[in-house]
Design a protein around this ligand. Structure first.
Ligand code: AMP
Length: 286
């Protein structure tokens, strides 16, 4: 990680950040934005480092966005630890941390949302009905507040990244959306702020997600092209380890349509499952 020579600045108010960003852009400098919900880990750091390398200014937003959580989800218990997050941001090369209060992001309850009716109801969207409209709407707001030249998102949230890319194209946001590889623990478990909800045993068992997806990839290399069989291989290994699968799908990488029959074009496994009460998502390109 690279130490940023400048002092990290915290901005709390959307109007203040917008003013700052306008000034930066008018001086001909570029802005990289890394939207996060905080409780930062090495996965987030990789995005910040990528932005710091490729932009004059890097803004990390830290905001647990209420509009993307369902009524029975973990909004209240989502980990919040700004001080540790600031240290990670500084070490990874961020210039600004934007940490607004919900009342500043939503002075009025949001009544205008960004939807992608087709994609927001598939996969994770089938189980989290308001989630993607909440995500797209807050990212649209962040784009308008931070005015980024480039914005960095993890492939870890594969469906989210696809939806955000599509929003930027469909709505002509003048921002280049950059996707970044998933950073994993040694065990293969994808790093996530939600991993800390799990007990040590659950966490160890959850490495079966990556093992299962790698097994599907191995089977495909050996000639198994049946979508059903490959999905069964993933499911079998995760369930054997005590996970409860919510969905496992193999989808077309380009447009996220589900594959049936035989694997044809570039394919990606998408899955969501529970270990104990913790919901985890992951993906692997085949
Ligand atoms: P979150 O704070 O969970 O909303 O994530 C903020 C950003 O970091 C999103 O673009 C995520 O996809 C990305 N991200 C989360 N976990 C990882 C990871 N393990 N590797 C790479 N990027 C990640």
């Amino acid at each position: 990680m690279r130490e940023n020579p400048e002092k990290l600045k915290i901005i709390r108010k959307p109007v203040s950040l917008q003013k700052f960003s306008k000034k930066i852009l008018s001086s001909g400098k570029s802005i990289g934005l890394v939207p996060t919900m905080g409780a930062l880990h090495r996965g987030h750091a990789s995005l910040i480092e990528m932005s710091a390398k490729n932009n004059d200014i890097t803004i990390v937003s830290i905001f647990v966005n209420p509009t993307q959580f369902g009524a029975n989800e973990d909004f209240a218990k989502y980990p919040r630890r700004l001080r540790a997050d600031l240290k990670l941001c500084r070490e990874a090369g961020a210039t600004i941390v934007f940490a607004p209060q919900p009342k500043d992001m939503y002075p009025l309850p949001l009544s205008t949302f960004v939807h992608n009716p087709k994609l927001e109801t598939l996969y994770c969207g089938a189980y989290r009905p308001i989630h993607f409209a909440g995500v797209l709407s807050v990212v649209a707001k962040l784009f308008n507040i931070a005015l980024p030249t480039k914005a960095y998102f993890g492939e870890k949230d594969f469906q989210q990244l696809h939806l955000i890319r599509r929003m930027a194209v469909d709505l002509n946001f003048p921002v280049n959306v950059v996707g970044a590889k998933t950073i994993r623990e040694k065990s293969g478990l994808a790093m996530s702020s939600r991993n800390e909800y799990m007990s040590a045993e659950e966490r160890a068992a959850a490495s079966s997600i990556y093992v299962g997806m790698c097994e599907a990839k191995r089977l495909l290399r050996r000639g198994e092209t049946s979508v059903v069989k490959l999905k069964e291989a993933v499911r079998g290994i995760v369930e054997w380890a005590g996970g409860k699968i919510q969905y496992v799908e193999i989808v077309n990488k380009g447009d996220l349509t589900p594959m049936t029959g035989k694997i044809s074009k570039k394919a990606v496994i998408l899955l969501a499952c529970f270990f104990g009460k913790t919901r985890l998502i992951d993906h692997l390109e085949l």
